[in-house]
Design a protein around this ligand. Sequence first.
Ligand SMILES: NC(=O)C1=CN([C@@H]2O[C@H](COP(=O)(O)OP(=O)(O)OC[C@H]3O[C@@H](n4cnc5c(N)ncnc54)[C@H](O)[C@@H]3O)[C@@H](O)[C@H]2O)C=CC1
Ligand SMILES: O=C1[C@@H](O)[C@H](O)[C@@H](O)[C@H](O)[C@H]1O
Length: 340
Amino acid sequence: MTSNPTTSLRVAVVGAGRMGADHIERLHTVTRRAEVTAVVDVDEARAQAAVAHIDGASAYTTIEDALAAGVDAVILATPGFLHEEALLPLIERGIPVLCEKPLTPDPESALRVVEAEAAAGRRLIQVGFMRRYDAGYRALRELIAGGDQGELLLLHHQHRNADVPPGFTNQMIIHDSVVHEFDAVRFLTGEEIVSVQVRRGKSTSLAPEGLNDPQRVMIETASGVLADVEIFVCAQLGYQVDTQASFERGVASVSGAAALELTADRTKGRPIDASFETRFKDAYDLEVQEWVDSVLTGEPAGPSAWDGYATAACCAAGVASQESGAIEPVQLAERPALYR
Ligand SMILES: NC(=O)C1=CN([C@@H]2O[C@H](COP(=O)(O)OP(=O)(O)OC[C@H]3O[C@@H](n4cnc5c(N)ncnc54)[C@H](O)[C@@H]3O)[C@@H](O)[C@H]2O)C=CC1
Ligand SMILES: O=C1[C@@H](O)[C@H](O)[C@@H](O)[C@H](O)[C@H]1O
């Protein structure tokens, strides 16, 4: 796209499920300089329902049909294992994409996407790591970079979901959920992750068949910062994503609890969010706005396909460690010049 502040980006949202529907609403009601002109879903009724209240938007069952009608950019919100087959043709056609995380679930397919983009010679893909747009995570990153509290030594993450659908597997707990912490650790420290260890302990009886929940993940960065993650996706209590950082001279916390502490009805406390849609609403809004603006100006700025690949490599180490219990090294290919 050429730089023109009055242009309105014609966006196709591919996948009108839970996250796609949230992005469609955001584009329609919050985002400036963009409009939803197409919704693509293999479930035709779902695509039609998603556009019913949006003037000028049409429903499709294939990306090709939507592109033929004229689209400037795509938000890809199909399940992660379907991302590669959608991304490769979009890269070939030079269409910018905001791809929901994970870029792809495994490093081999993620590297194919990176290589295709590097061959195209320009950044077209932004990955939906929305924590990079959260005010708390941004402030923590600045604190770490500024060094006022001394060196960062440890990060502690709690990532709790109320529940997950049947069929959610041990592998998914890593590449659908912990992938956010892999990216957050890389974002906060500015370092690559060198090893991952996962311990599966006692499991809640409330997890779907075949899922160990919670699990404990230990991450080590290139300079030796250790980050631990409690990932607990059937925690019942609501949606909770918090991080504490221990420095040489202090501790800083990122917490979603913005509400007042209230003492009433024999209870003292703060409400927590029910789901990611509310906990990270401001972050998703900013993520999509900055992506739209970067497409319009032709200056990509958000998390890249390389970030998607590097986190997929961490996921592979995590999945290997779920079986071995060992500290598994993260193997990375050479970073193409496009991402340096
Ligand atoms: N950033 C975040 O916090 C979150 C990100 N996500 C990510 O968003 C993506 C979608 O997840 P959900 O919305 O939870 O899944 P979902 O299962 O609710 O929706 C997926 C949709 O894609 C459609 N679909 C499947 N194959 C398709 C194809 N070939 N072409 C077009 N449509 C197709 C399905 O019919 C369905 O409507 C995933 O990558 C997931 O990891 C999901 C939740 C939160
Ligand atoms: O991306 C997300 C979901 O796909 C994932 O399943 C959840 O665990 C995360 O908290 C949410 O942000």
